[in-house]
Design a protein around this ligand. Structure first.
Ligand code: B12
Ligand code: SF4
Ligand code: SF4
Length: 396
C-alpha cells in the first residue's frame, strides 16, 4: 500500500522525514462512509499530527481541537437516568439508538479516537457590552427574540462542511483513513466528548464552558480509525456560582448539571411540536426561538469570542424585529427568509405558535398588538388558533 503523497501547505511528512506514515492496513470498514482504512498509530508521530490538525482547524474557522478516547462508560448511567426521568420529553431521537450515544465505537465500528472541535458563533460585529444589550431585549416585550446562535446561517451546514474539509486535509497528510463527521446530527454525547478532551468544563447549565471563550460556541466531532493521543481535561471553574440556575425563567435546571428539557424554552420553542403547556407561556416572554438567558448571565461569557466567519452575521429580521411584523410573514416569506437558517426546520406553523405566545405576553404588558391577534383569531391552523385565543385573553 502506498502513502497518499498529496501536498498540503505544511507537510507533516517532511517534518518527520519522508517515511510512510501508514502501517499495517486492514480492509475498509463499511461503517465509515468513505471506506477508510485503519492506520497503525505506532508509525505516526501522533503529537505532531494533532498540532497539524489544530493548525488546519484554525485556518477553517475552528477555535480549538481536542482528542477524546472512545470510552464514555462513566457517562452511561447519567444518560440513562436522564432518559428514565423523561427529561427528553418528545425528543424521541434522544432515546433511540440505546447506549450507542455513549459508545462511539458501536455507533461507528472501527473508531479509535474522537477529534473534537469547537467554533465560536458570537457574530463578528457584536459590541463589547453585548450581554447587557441582549438582556435588555427582554424589557422590550413587543420585540421578538431569536437566540444568538440562530440569527445567521445554519451551523449544521457550516460545521459539517468544514469538518469534512478538515478530514480531507488530514488525509492529505496521512493518506486515506476511516472517519465520519458529526455536529448535532447523530447520537453523539458532544459536550461530554468535548469536556473529556480539554475543550472546557460542563457548566451547571450543562453547556460546555471555556475560560477563554465562555460558552457561545458550537461543537463538532470527527470519529477516526486512528489512535491519537488523548487531550487532558481541564478543571471546572463554576465554584459557588448559581447564576444560570437562578435566572432560568422556567426552572429547567433542576439541579446542577441536570436539565429537564421539557421545561426549557429552547425545547418548547424549537423541539416541541404540539401545544405549549400553559404554565410555560408567561415565562417565555418574548423569546420566540431558543433561549440564551442561562448563558447571558454567566460571568465567563464576558470572554466569549467573536466568530471568525461571516456565516453567523445576523440576517435581516432576526434581531430587533417587532413581533407584529414577524407574525405577518406568510409561509412563503418564512421559507424565503429562513433559507439556510436553522429556524426553517421548525416550520411556519410552530413559528407562528411561538410568536402568538409572545404577542399574548406583550399584550399583557400594554403592547399595541391586539389588532394583529384579532385578525388571526380564525387562523386555519388549530395549533396557532389555540395560542392566539390564549394570547387575546392576556389583555383582559
Ligand atoms: C438534546 C439537546 C438539547 C435539549 C436538551 C439539552 C440538554 N442539556 O440535555 C434542549 C432542546 C433543551 C437544548 C437546548 C440548548 N442547546 Co442543545 N443539544 C442537545 C443535544 C442534541 C444533545 C444533548 C444531550 O445529550 N443531552 C442528554 C443529557 C443526558 O446529557 P448531559 O447534560 O450531558 O447529562 C450528563 C450529566 O449531566 C448527567 N445527567 C444529566 N441529567 C441527569 C439526571 C440524573 C437523574 C442523573 C443521575 C444524571 C444526569 O449524565 C449525563 C452523562 O454524563 C446536543 C448535541 C449532541 N448531540 O450532543 C445539543 C447541544 C448540547 N446544544 C447546544 C446549544 C447551543 C443549545 C442551546 C444554547 C440553544 C439555545 N440558545 O436555545 C440550548 C441551551 C439549553 C441548556 N441549558 O442546555 C450545543 C451546546 C454547545 C456548548 N457550548 O456546550 C450542542 C452541543 C449542539 C452543538 N453541536 O453545538 N439542547
Ligand atoms: S435555555 Fe433558557 S429555559 Fe433553557 S435552561 Fe437556559 S435559561 Fe432555562
Ligand atoms: S452561570 Fe455560574 S454556575 Fe452557571 S455555568 Fe456560568 S459560572 Fe457555572
Amino acid at each position: 500500500m502506498q502513502c497518499n503523497e498529496g501536498m498540503a501547505d505544511i507537510s507533516l511528512r517532511s517534518k518527520i522525514g519522508s517515511k510512510c506514515l501508514r502501517g499495517g492496513l486492514v480492509g475498509p470498514d463499511k461503517a465509515f462512509y468513505n471506506g477508510g482504512v485503519t492506520i497503525n498509530s505506532t508509525q505516526i508521530d501522533s503529537n505532531l499530527l494533532v498540532s497539524q490538525i489544530q493548525a488546519f482547524a484554525q485556518q477553517l474557522g475552528f477555535s480549538q481541537i481536542g482528542v477524546a478516547s472512545v470510552d464514555l462508560s462513566s457517562a452511561e448511567a447519567g444518560l440513562l437516568a436522564w432518559l428514565q426521568q423523561g427529561f427528553h420529553g418528545d425528543m424521541a431521537y434522544m432515546a433511540n439508538h440505546g447506549l450507542k450515544r455513549a459508545r462511539p465505537a458501536e455507533l461507528v465500528p472501527g473508531t479509535l479516537s474522537v477529534i473534537t472541535a469547537r467554533m465560536d458563533y458570537l457574530p463578528r460585529t457584536t459590541h463589547g457590552d453585548w450581554q447587557v444589550a441582549e438582556l435588555q431585549r427582554l424589557h422590550r416585550p413587543t420585540e421578538g427574540i431569536v437566540s444568538v446562535y440562530a440569527r445567521g446561517r445554519d451551523y449544521h451546514k457550516v460545521l459539517r462542511s468544514r469538518l469534512q474539509q478538515l478530514s480531507d486535509r488530514i488525509a492529505s497528510q496521512i493518506g486515506a483513513f476511516g472517519h465520519r463527521v458529526f455536529t448535532d446530527s447523530a447520537p453523539v454525547l458532544e459536550a461530554e466528548l468535548a469536556a473529556r478532551s480539554g475543550q472546557g468544563w460542563r457548566g451547571k447549565h450543562t453547556l460546555l464552558l471555556n475560560r477563554d471563550a465562555g460558552s457561545l460556541f458550537f461543537l463538532g466531532e470527527i470519529y477516526v480509525d486512528v489512535a491519537l493521543p488523548v487531550s487532558e481535561p481541564v478543571q471546572t471553574h463554576c465554584g459557588t456560582c448559581t447564576a444560570c440556575m437562578d435566572v432560568c425563567p422556567t426552572q429547567a435546571i433542576v439541579a446542577p448539571h441536570r436539565l429537564d428539557a421539557r421545561r426549557c424554552i429552547s425545547y418548547l420553542t424549537i423541539e416541541h411540536a404540539g401545544v405549549i403547556p400553559q404554565e410555560f407561556r408567561r415565562p417565555m416572554g418574548n423569546r420566540i426561538y431558543g433561549c440564551d438567558d442561562c448563558q447571558l448571565v454567566c460571568p465567563w461569557n464576558k470572554f466569549a469570542r467573536r466568530s471568525a466567519l461571516a456565516d453567523f452575521d445576523p440576517r435581516e429580521g432576526m434581531s430587533g424585529e417587532q413581533l407584529v411584523a414577524l407574525f405577518e410573514w406568510t409561509e412563503e416569506e418564512f421559507l424565503k427568509r429562513t433559507e439556510g437558517s436553522p429556524i426553517r426546520r421548525i416550520g411556519h406553523e410552530r413559528w407562528q405558535r411561538n410568536i402568538a405566545v409572545a404577542l399574548g405576553n406583550a399584550l399583557r404588558q400594554g403592547g399595541d398588538v391586539r389588532a394583529v391577534l384579532q385578525r388571526h383569531a380564525e387562523h386555519p391552523s388549530a395549533l396557532v388558533r389555540e395560542h392566539v385565543a390564549w394570547a387575546i385573553t392576556q389583555g383582559a
